[in-house]
Ligand binder design. Structure first.
Ligand SMILES: [Zn+2]
Ligand SMILES: [Zn+2]
Length: 350
């Protein structure tokens, strides 16, 4: 029986990775397709990727695969060929190479079988997530933006929409993707004869949403291939006008990459034009909100005078106050004030 997991300590593995001299390439990909036996699929893939010295995090479910991995640069082509041949559904899989990345993000390969690659809350056996809408490339997206019969639908969270979106894109104002799916179907009923263009950050959410719309009787459904990330990259590469306004929120220390110079959001404290997301510096709060530089100084990087006060207390007292307090990941919601979410929001670099 081959060993299908790591036997060496995490620390040791990280040290080994850092000692490597060969550059690594960070790649992400996903694909919706039916995997009849995810456990068997996982085990064979694990062995193949281990041979190529691939690290990363991969989820496998009956609905498909979602992966973020790093591969030694010299073996990238070999890995691509292996994946393309691994399953007919993976042939010509779109791979996104991370650009501003040192390839040091992973030092172990974790390949997990999950119920879903994107949690959707759908309990409908007849739903086929691989029956997706049409893919749109950057030039086709721009053409759709000028089409009066097209409706753009943003399938991201409200705080992502707040700092950047396509002009006139419909916001689906639920707190989670699972709540957004039925809401999108309801909200778009009167647009059933229109072209529905769905988008999200990297494509994985809107692609499933497009399948859900089709499942619910919408016949003209599209989604942006590779999401906002791929759209912006292709449009720039091809010299097309980039028509996404503002920032694309991303889940790393940057909390967003600027796509256009437009600042479409406001500071949650003073209302000045601003689209900088921060976490409240009070560890007992950690609220994700938008704060301008002036307010950051005025409130000592806190979301409120209360947090400012708490942050000024001796550390032991702060800890005592935090103990027993419900401290989920809080996100400021413009329309409803505070709300609790289970999403993991990264700590900003201090
Ligand atoms: Zn402000
Ligand atoms: Zn706070």
């Amino acid at each position: 029986m081959p060993v299908l997991h790591n036997l060496v300590s995490n620390q040791e593995l990280k040290a080994r990775m850092l000692a490597e001299t060969e550059p690594r390439t960070t790649v992400s990909f996903y694909k919706y397709f039916t995997i009849a036996d995810p456990l068997a699929f996982r085990d064979v893939l694990y062995l193949q990727l281990t041979k190529l010295n691939v690290f990363g995090r991969i989820y496998v479910a009956t609905e498909g695969i979602n992966a973020q991995i790093s591969v030694p640069a010299s073996r990238y082509e070999e890995m691509k060929a292996m994946l393309y041949a691994f399953d007919p559904a993976l042939d010509n899989l779109r791979m996104n190479i991370a650009l501003d990345d040192d390839g040091k993000s992973f030092w172990v390969l974790r390949l997990k079988v999950r119920e879903r690659i994107v949690a959707d809350g759908i309990n409908d056996e007849t739903f086929d997530p691989s029956d997706v809408g049409g893919y749109l490339k950057a030039d086709e997206v721009n053409a759709m933006l000028d089409d009066p019969h097209a409706v753009f639908v943003d399938m991201r969270n409200h705080y992502e929409y707040e700092v950047g979106h396509f002009d006139n894109a419909l916001e689906i104002p639920a707190d989670t993707f699972r709540e957004q799916l039925p809401m999108a179907v309801d909200m778009l009923q009167e647009n059933k004869d229109k072209k529905i263009v769905m988008y999200c950050t990297g494509g994985i959410r809107c692609e499933k949403a497009s399948a859900w719309m089709r499942h619910n009787g919408f016949n003209n459904v599209y989604h942006i291939e590779g999401g906002i990330i791929e759209y912006a990259r292709r449009a720039r590469e091809q010299g097309l006008p980039v028509r996404f306004k503002g920032k694309n929120f991303v889940f790393d220390e940057r909390m967003g990459e600027r796509i256009s110079d437009d600042v479409i959001a406001q500071c949650h404290q003073c209302g000045a034009p601003c689209d900088t997301h921060v976490n409240c510096k009070n560890d007992g709060c950690h609220l994700l909100f938008i704060q301008c530089a002036e307010c950051a100084e005025k409130y000592h990087h806190c979301c409120s005078p209360v947090c400012m006060e708490e942050l000024a207390l001796p550390p032991e007292e702060q800890r005592a106050r935090r103990a027993g307090r419900e401290n989920g990941n809080k996100i400021f919601n413009k329309s409803r004030g505070l709300l609790n979410m289970t999403l993991k929001i990264p700590m900003p670099e201090k």
